[in-house]
Design a binder for this molecule. Sequence first.
Ligand code: SAM
Length: 669
Amino acid sequence: MNRDNTPFGPTPAPALDWKGDCEPFSTRFDDLYYSREDGMAESHHVFLAGNQLPDRWHNHRDPDFRIAETGFGTGLNFLLTWEAWRQQPEPRPRLHYVSVEKYPLDREDLVRALTPWQALSPLAQALAQAWPGRIPGQHRLSFDSGRVTLDLWWEDAATAFADLARTGPLFDAWYLDGFAPARNESMWQTGLYQSMGSLSRPNATVATFTAAGHVRRGLIAAGFEVAKVTGFGRKRESLAGRIRTPGPKLEGSGSPWDLPCAEHARPQSAIVIGAGLAGCTLARALAERDIAVQVLDRGTLAGEASGNEQGILYTRLSRKHSSLTDFALQSFSHAARLYGQYFANGILREPIDGSLCGSFHQQDNSDEMAYMHDALLGLEHLARVLDPAAAGEELGERPALGGYWYPASGWLRPPAVCRSMLQSKLIKLRENCGQLQLRREQGQWQAVDETGELIAQADVAVLCTGTGTTAFPAAADLPLQNIRGQTSYLPATDASSQLRAALCHKGYISPARDGVHCIGASFKLKDPSTELRPAEHRENLDKLAAALPQWKSELENLDTTKMTGRVGFRCASPDYLPIAGPAPKREAFLQTFAGLRKNAKLQIDSKGDYMPGLFINTAHGSRGLSSAPLCAQLLASQICNEPPPLSSELSKALSPARFLIRDLARNRV
Ligand code: SAM
């Protein structure tokens, strides 16, 4: 699933024809998406009843029930499952539904295809609202306050499930959908069945609408017991089964250093050190999984890098895929969805806590924009290339250059986001703890303060401590850099009140909050000073004047000695990706993967040795608003042994151990 250096563009569209008003038909596969007789009843019969749902939810022992599907199509199976889950009384397990789709529908087609199912209409609307369209990659959607998770992988089914199979057993039920095997041969493959065998938890079941002999034999060979059962309507038979002997773990190619060699139990409690965006979003993700979280900070909530009054929900585009841009897009689209739901539910209040009013990002590379103009066709809900006049229409002020318009973006007040994330009775915040240290006692992590007093104790601990992370011995070798950034508070003027959306140039500005714009930010390496400097206010104003020349004279006349603002320190990694994952045991890594020093491509079939129950979440740079929510999901999935929200390629690109592996491969350690 490595896309590095391949051209960026939308995931291929399905080839659709419509029968009647809203019945989708695939011309690529010459088949219907669902039964014309009664699609809802067929899905119920084949997939829910075929997997003994909802009955199995009554006495399911794990905290979540996980379903994997091949072919998301119109989402009918998902909506029926979600609806059935909603009708179950508490206590019920959380629902985690992972679906792989190679040719995802555009939003308007999804809405059209789901129109016939009136009973599902509220859920269909929520799905359409959160729909990522054809943005390539993996997309995590959350519903019902995080109790329902939908992971959509826009990928070939065999490829995606082979990637997930590296992790080990993950799923309780399989919906093998797809078009009829005779018309959709690439879906019904031995490789897929083998991944299914490895990914099945004890007692996992499988159901499919087909009764094809090769499907039955393939599943049996992968360790399932399979029987023919009564089909739906005119179909005489379909297949249903159960895992008998789970398959071996499939580790794929490359050294599996990212997979922990020791298994760990799902925790009951967690310590999160650091109450910025990284810590607060993680606390939320853990609390949604019923884990009791103590958030500790040496200072106050959002007191450091996450303390600016306004920040932009930022992302970046590039002609070619890379871990950096793929993560930037996937995390941005995840974050925009999440904040959109928070605004809709009143957890965040517009315009006090922010506004998803869109943002425009100026560009000076016209070749890149010409290329991206075409690459973004079909992704207009993500971004569009605009010239300065069209950008002016969106912004209310005409910028000097063209660039990208991101309609789902906007600005947020990071401290308000942090506070909103902590609204859970399972989360306790303790501020002003001073410098904390961690120690491991009898299988638990303890946080102690400078006087040696025990502040908190829990099964797992996560360092979300930004620039302070290297003060903890377990993270002392991380290559973190601190980058000073000064923001300037600019009182709104008549002209600036015209601004309707956020603007990113060499700096940034958004519509005023409470009569003031927080504009930013300077970028100073190796400068630990916290003083506010008039010269850096001037830099911020000059960058803004270059982006909006019509404001130039007004900005030039401002007395920077009278301006206020704030200094913060971005914490960044050398590759500008966040650092999120388990904390590696350095000496063990150096020993196990020593062979990489001589041959960087050597395949070493050993897993990584990690500190039990200790995780790191830092280096979000100036993009924490975008990157923190998805990193929180990644960490929560690692902590709770759940299906990950990202491909293994991207999880590795974020792993704290990546620097050790790279340094070994370059023979630098
Ligand atoms: N489960 C869907 C629903 O509830 O609406 C219907 C699925 S439809 C019958 C089959 C789906 O499989 C199509 O959306 C098609 O694009 C997808 N598909 C076909 N080949 C695939 C492959 N190799 N990998 C992933 N998806 C594939």
